[in-house]
Design a protein around this ligand. Structure first.
Ligand code: SF4
Length: 342
């Protein structure tokens, strides 16, 4: 597989937010986050709203400037590129947003919308350019005759197909997909996911797939990283993270996913999170999840959990693996089972 690896190392994004007429406080939206995406691979980034996952995606696109850390794409350090160099780089790093309607200019026909990135990044004859638009429309399952229409003439699912067509028309190496199916109904979601997989098979692009629904992210991703309050708390192969979560937050996200079998649903172990996510302006000491964690211990308030290696090559940031029950990389679900038995 040709293409470049994206390596995000110790990335932090901090905003200064006003807390009074003359005071400002740092908000650590992303706090020392690291991950890698190999060519042709999909990494899922999952977490509640406010976890910092979209901010991390925007930092890769340089829409938010990192306050520290490095974003390396092949040999290029993205934060060091000039605006002109970054514009050229956007041919290789594209984005699909959650709301296709606001990301597509309503006054432009689909043909113009899809021609735009080609005009920006490639010098093609008008005929060749139009043919590329038609081929890309067909690749996303839309007839070439639809190229003369405007975005408002399409359904939500079709508009997201157009947004994907616009993102892939220049054969990018990486696409940041920021909640691309969250606004769609369930059957359209699965059509779009299948479409994105087919495109990946055809052109070998890699994806950063950002979402809040672990079940959807799992369908799309080979590896998954779980974010809570600006930090990654668990990473690993998607099947491991989904079936044997080693962090209580992952287990909670997991147990909130309904299963279609009512009997199985009744017998499932559940973690119900208490309270809301704390403000990133004033995160809890030690483990950031401790104010909502049913297993919090004394050490959790005092010491930030280090990375603990888990089966499959991932990591979990939770003291349970070395303190208290000493899970040693095992799933946290067995603790929930013991709680339920009491
Ligand atoms: Fe819960 Fe402590 Fe693990 Fe944090 S470190 S998730 S508070 S047990």
């Amino acid at each position: 597989m040709t293409g470049r690896t994206l390596t995000v190392s110790d990335l932090s994004v901090t905003f200064k937010v006003p807390t009074g007429p003359f005071t400002r406080k740092p908000l650590h939206a992303v706090d020392r986050v690291s991950f890698e995406i190999a060519p042709g691979e999909t990494l899922g980034l999952v977490g509640e709203s406010g976890s910092g996952k979209s901010t991390a995606g925007q930092a890769i696109l340089q829409l938010n400037k990192p306050s520290s850390g490095k974003i390396q794409f092949g040999d290029d350090d993205l934060a060091q590129l000039s605006k002109r160099q970054m514009r050229a780089m956007r041919r290789n790093i594209q984005v699909v947003f959650q709301d296709p309607y606001s990301s597509l200019n309503p006054s432009m026909r689909i043909l113009q919308l899809l021609e735009e990135p080609l005009k920006l990044h490639e010098s093609l004859d008008a005929d060749v350019r139009r043919e590329r638009v038609f081929e890309t429309l067909e690749m996303v399952g839309l007839r070439r005759s639809l190229a003369e229409r405007y975005p408002h003439e399409f359904s939500g699912g079709q508009r997201q197909r157009i947004a994907i067509a616009r993102a892939i028309i220049s054969n990018p190496e990486l696409v940041i997909c920021d909640e691309p199916v969250s606004a769609l109904d369930v059957s359209t979601q699965s059509q779009i996911i299948n479409l994105m997989r087919d495109i990946q098979d055809k052109i070998g692009t890699s994806y950063l797939f950002i979402g809040h629904d672990l079940a959807v992210v799992r369908l799309m991703s080979t590896r998954t990283a779980v974010m809570y309050l600006g930090q990654i708390v668990e990473t690993g192969p998607s099947a491991e993270v989904y079936e044997r979560p080693t962090h209580p937050y992952t287990a909670a996200l997991n147990s909130a996913i309904p299963v279609p079998d009512p009997e199985l649903q009744r017998s499932r172990q559940r973690i119900v999170l208490s309270g809301d996510q704390p403000s990133p302006l004033d995160p809890p000491s030690g483990c950031r999840f401790r104010t909502r964690c049913p297993f919090a211990m004394e050490i959790c308030a005092e010491v930030e959990p280090p990375d603990f290696p888990i089966p499959g090559g991932g990591v979990s940031r939770c003291h349970l693996h070395v303190e208290g029950p000493k899970l040693g990389g095992e799933s946290v679900m067995q603790l929930i089972g013991k709680q339920d038995a009491l």
